[in-house]
Design a protein around this ligand. Structure first.
Ligand code: NAD
Length: 396
């Protein structure tokens, strides 16, 4: 009887899933998400209970801009009198800042770290939570092939932008200016213990950062979905993330105080992070590294530069899955989706040509060479150096 029942349930589920057959291309996959997630307006106010659970000597990590805002003093108060503040994280955090933060944590005998900010503060804190215990310099784990072991401090991630999804990913993107390398490192240690996603914290994000981070969230949804390593659970989250960006980003750009739009974008960013953290990103992100590193484009803007071009490029290899992606965004097909992204970029005031960010004809070969990060191999259609050169020339 039990066997019969489970067979019926299986057939039922299969029929339901088959209606969404575009979600099924891999038959074996694994899903894992170790970060607890607390989402909603006002959730930051639960920090005192959280901290009591993890330790008594918190270190609050943020950047200088946020340190001067009321939210940082509010959070510092919530963490109690034994908390200290480290506010030296820079955009695109460096391995040197990770070392400084690790030293501060050690000096304070910190036992729990709270990162308040955008992806830069979250990523810097993730790496420092391991380096503080295992010893530095951070560079050896970033670019010199030394493996981290499993020792790390607990991290509570409190995002103040709606873009990177870093609050739920095991990834820290770090810059090593001396070696000229900006690249992600991924380790299980880097999953925050808890993500507190309070959309109210994003109400003060200026318009241009709302634009950049919103396009970053969109890139995660799209790349997680089309990555060769995609799987059905991440697919669902990625598609919903794409839907939410097209539903809420314009409203958040038009009125930064619109809490409904901000909440929609915080959810889009969270789901985008959940959607790509296992499948990993692909060509758009591979190309974003040299654009950020050499041409100093903010991460989301660097992703947006190539996003619509790769939507067109990948359309022929996506078939039914491409139509499902476009439909999630409210379009009939991939080419319409690419047009929609181009319009969104223009509306957001982001650069749309490489010349605008300082790339000239004679930089293209070097840009092509530096774009071949291993995640390029996740792209659904093979990207050859010649194909990428042609795409970059189109963007010039
Ligand atoms: P960010 O953290 O660099 O912050 C950008 C600016 O926004 C800063 O000046 C900051 O002070 C300001 N800001 C942040 N929140 C604000 C608020 N609520 N009100 C007013 N100002 C605010 O920007 P980001 O785009 O969130 O993060 C970018 C970094 O994240 C890059 O280094 C990128 O490579 C990385 N990243 C990481 C992942 C990941 O999975 N770990 C994914 C994507 C990107």
């Amino acid at each position: 009887m039990i066997r019969e029942l489970s067979l019926t349930v299986c057939v039922d589920l299969w029929k339901k899933f088959s209606r969404h057959s575009s979600l099924i291309t891999h038959t074996m996959w694994n899903y894992r998400q170790p970060t607890d997630i607390r989402f909603g307006v006002g959730t930051r106010k639960t920090l005192p209970d959280v901290i009591a659970k993890f330790g008594g000597r918190p270190v609050l990590v943020t950047d200088a801009g946020l340190a001067s805002m009321a939210m940082t003093s509010e959070v510092l108060d919530l963490l109690g009198p034994s908390a200290i503040l480290f506010a030296e994280v820079e955009p695109n955090p460096t391995v040197g800042t990770v070392d400084k933060l690790a030293e501060t944590i050690r000096g304070h005998l910190g036992d729990v770290v709270v990162a308040l900010g955008g992806g830069s503060s979250l990523d810097c804190a993730k790496a420092a939570c391991s380096v503080a215990i295992q010893g530095g310099p951070a560079r050896k784990y970033h670019s010199e092939g030394v493996a981290l072991d499993s020792r790390h401090l607990p991290l509570i991630a409190v995002p103040t932008t709606a873009g990177t999804g870093s609050e739920v990913t095991p990834i820290a993107v770090l810059d090593d200016p001396e070696k000229g390398i900006k690249a992600p490192i991924a380790h299980d240690n880097f999953y925050p213990k808890l993500a507190i996603v309070d959309p109210e914290l994003t109400l003060t994000v200026p318009r241009h950062i709302t634009a950049i981070t919103g396009l970053d969230a969109l890139s995660h949804g799209i790349e997680g979905y089309w990555s060769k390593n995609h799987q059905p659970i991440c697919d669902l989250m990625a598609l919903e993330s794409v839907r939410l960006v097209f539903r809420h980003l314009s409203a958040a750009l038009a009125n930064g105080s619109d809490i409904k739009a901000r909440t929609g974008m915080s959810l889009a960013a969270l789901l985008g992070g959940l959607g790509f953290q296992l499948p990993k990103n692909a060509a758009v992100h591979a190309c974003s590294f040299p654009l950020s590193n050499k041409y100093h484009m903010p991460h989301g803007s660097a992703c947006a530069m190539t996003l619509d071009h790769f939507v067109r490029f990948n359309s022929e290899s996506m078939g039914e899955r491409g139509i499902a992606l476009a439909r999630a965004a409210g379009f009939a097909g991939m080419n319409d989706l690419a047009d929609g992204i181009a319009e969104l970029k223009a509306e957001a005031g982001l650069p749309t040509t490489l010349r605008e960010v300082g790339v000239c004809d004679n930089n293209i070969d070097e840009l092509v060479k530096n774009s071949f990060h291993p995640i390029m191999g996740n792209n659904p259609r093979e990207v050859t150096p010649d194909a990428l050169r042609a795409l970059y020339l189109e963007m010039l």
